[in-house]
Design a protein around this ligand. Structure first.
Ligand code: SR1
Ligand code: MG
Length: 394
C-alpha cells in the first residue's frame, strides 16, 4: 500500500520534483538525477525523474488548478489527483499487470508518484506510426471485464458500493465530459474546433433533431447510471503499449457511470485510427475492435459466474445487452467530438494531404451519427464493423 501524506499545494518544477523523489527515499540522496517535464496531455504536469547510473526512473504527476489546454480561465479541482491515485490502486487490485504501480500519493500537493513506463509508448502514437500491438485488445478486454465487474452492483455489497460512489464523486471532470462529449459538439458552440470545409457536415449534425435527442439520452445515461467505477477517459492516449505489455494510465476522470462508457470510448479511438489508414492496413484495428468486445464479454461473464451476488445472477445477458447498445452510442459521440469538438485525435488531425483528412473526418461524423441513432438496432460487434466498412471503402 503506498504512503499517503498531506502538505500545502505548491506547483512543482523540474528541480523540486527531483528533490521530492529523493526526500521520499525513492532514490539515494547522493544520486545524480535528471528530471524533465514530459506532460503532453491536456490537464497536468508530468515529470520523469531518472537516475542514469542505476538506470532507474519514476514518474511524478501533478494536477494543476486549471485545465492546461485552455489556461487559467478554466479552473479545475486538483482533487482529480486523489481520484486518479485511488482509481489506479483499486484497478491494481484486479488487474495489477495492466496498470502502473503507485509508489506514493499526496492529496494536498495533488501528486501521484508511479512506475516509469518509458519502455512503452503511448498507443495512439504507436498506432499512428503503423504499429499494431497484437495484445492490445486482449489486455484492454481483460482490463474492462475485471475492473467494470468488480466495482459494480453485481459484485459489491450495497453499502460498500455507496461508500465507493462517495469516494469517486468527480463533478468537475464529469462536467468536462458532459460538455465536451455530449453537449457542445451537438451545438454551434464556441469551444468547437474544426476546418471550415467541415462546417456543412457539422451543421447537418446541429440540425438533426432526432440525433440530438439520442445524444441527450446518452448524456442522461452517462449522468445517472452509476453502475460501476469506470476509467472515464479510456482513449488510446490513456494507454501505454509495447509488443507484449499494456498499461492503462490517467484515470482522473474515474466515477461511477455506465459499463458501456469505457468500452465505447476505446472502440471509437480504434476506429479513429482505422480512419487514418488505408485498405488492408485497417484490418488490425477491425480485429482489435471485435476482440476487445469479445474479451470483455468473456472476462466479465467468467467473473460474474464466479463472484456475482446471488440476487442478480439471472441478469447477465440483459446487462451485457445494455452495455453493448450504450457502448455503440458512446462510441458515436466520441467519433463526433474528436472530429469537431475541443479535444481532437491526432490520428485524424495528422492525415495528409488536407483533402484526404477532410474526407476521413466527414466519415467520422457520418459513422458517429449512425452509431448514435442506430445503437438499439445493431445486434453484434460484427454488424457495428460491417456498417463502418460499408462507408469506408478506399
Ligand atoms: C479540457 S480536457 C479535454 C479532454 O482531455 C481529456 O483527456 C479528456 O478526453 C477531455 O475530454
Ligand atoms: Mg488524460
Amino acid at each position: 500500500m503506498p504512503a499517503t501524506k498531506t502538505s500545502v499545494y505548491e506547483q512543482l518544477t523540474e528541480s523540486s520534483a527531483a528533490a521530492l523523489a529523493v526526500k521520499l527515499g525513492l532514490f539515494p540522496s547522493k544520486s545524480t538525477l535528471t528530471c524533465r517535464e514530459i506532460g503532453d496531455g491536456n490537464l497536468n504536469y508530468v515529470f520523469h525523474v531518472y537516475d542514469k547510473e542505476n538506470n532507474r526512473g519514476l514518474i511524478i504527476k501533478q494536477a494543476i488548478p486549471y485545465a492546461k489546454v485552455v489556461g487559467e480561465s478554466w479552473p479545475l479541482t486538483i482533487d482529480r489527483a486523489r481520484i486518479e491515485s485511488s482509481a489506479l490502486i483499486r484497478q491494481g487490485e484486479h488487474v495489477p499487470r495492466l496498470v502502473p504501480s503507485v509508489y506514493y500519493s499526496d492529496t494536498e500537493m495533488a501528486v501521484t508518484v508511479m512506475e516509469d513506463l518509458s519502455r512503452l509508448q503511448i498507443s495512439r502514437r504507436g498506432l499512428i506510426e503503423g504499429k499494431n500491438y497484437p495484445n492490445l485488445s486482449a489486455h484492454i478486454g481483460e482490463f474492462l471485464g475485471k475492473t467494470l465487474f468488480y466495482s459494480s452492483d453485481y459484485a459489491l455489497d450495497a453499502k460498500v458500493k455507496q461508500q465507493l460512489v462517495k469516494q469517486f464523486t468527480n463533478p468537475d471532470l464529469c462536467n468536462i465530459t458532459e460538455r465536451l462529449v455530449f453537449t457542445e459538439p451537438f451545438l454551434d458552440h464556441e469551444t468547437n474546433d474544426f476546418e471550415e470545409e467541415l462546417r456543412p457536415y457539422a451543421e447537418k449534425i446541429w440540425n438533426n433533431s432526432r440525433l440530438k435527442a439520442e445524444a441527450e439520452e446518452l448524456k442522461s445515461i452517462f449522468l445517472t447510471s452509476a453502475e460501476t467505477l469506470v476509467h472515464g477517459d479510456l482513449h488510446t492516449g490513456s494507454i501505454f503499449a509495447g509488443e507484449h505489455e499494456t498499461k492503462v494510465i490517467d484515470p482522473e476522470f474515474a466515477f461511477f457511470g455506465p459499463i458501456g462508457f469505457d468500452i465505447g470510448q476505446f472502440i471509437a479511438n480504434l476506429l479513429l485510427n482505422a480512419l487514418s489508414r488505408d485498405g488492408e492496413d485497417r484490418q488490425p484495428l477491425y480485429d482489435h475492435t471485435a476482440a476487445v468486445w469479445e474479451t470483455f464479454v468473456k472476462t466479465f461473464s467468467d467473473a460474474w459466474e464466479k463472484d456475482s451476488r446471488i440476487s442478480c445472477r439471472h441478469r447477465l445477458e440483459e446487462t451485457l445487452q445494455t452495455a453493448f447498445e450504450e457502448a455503440v452510442g458512446f462510441a458515436g459521440c466520441e467519433l463526433i467530438r474528436r472530429t469537431i469538438g475541443l479535444a481532437h485525435a491526432a490520428d485524424l488531425d495528422e492525415i495528409v494531404p488536407f483533402d484526404k483528412r477532410i474526407e476521413r473526418k466527414k466519415l467520422a461524423l457520418e459513422i458517429g451519427a449512425f452509431y448514435i441513432e442506430s445503437r438499439k438496432k445493431l445486434k453484434s460487434i460484427t454488424e457495428v464493423l460491417d456498417q463502418f466498412k460499408l462507408r469506408v471503402k478506399e
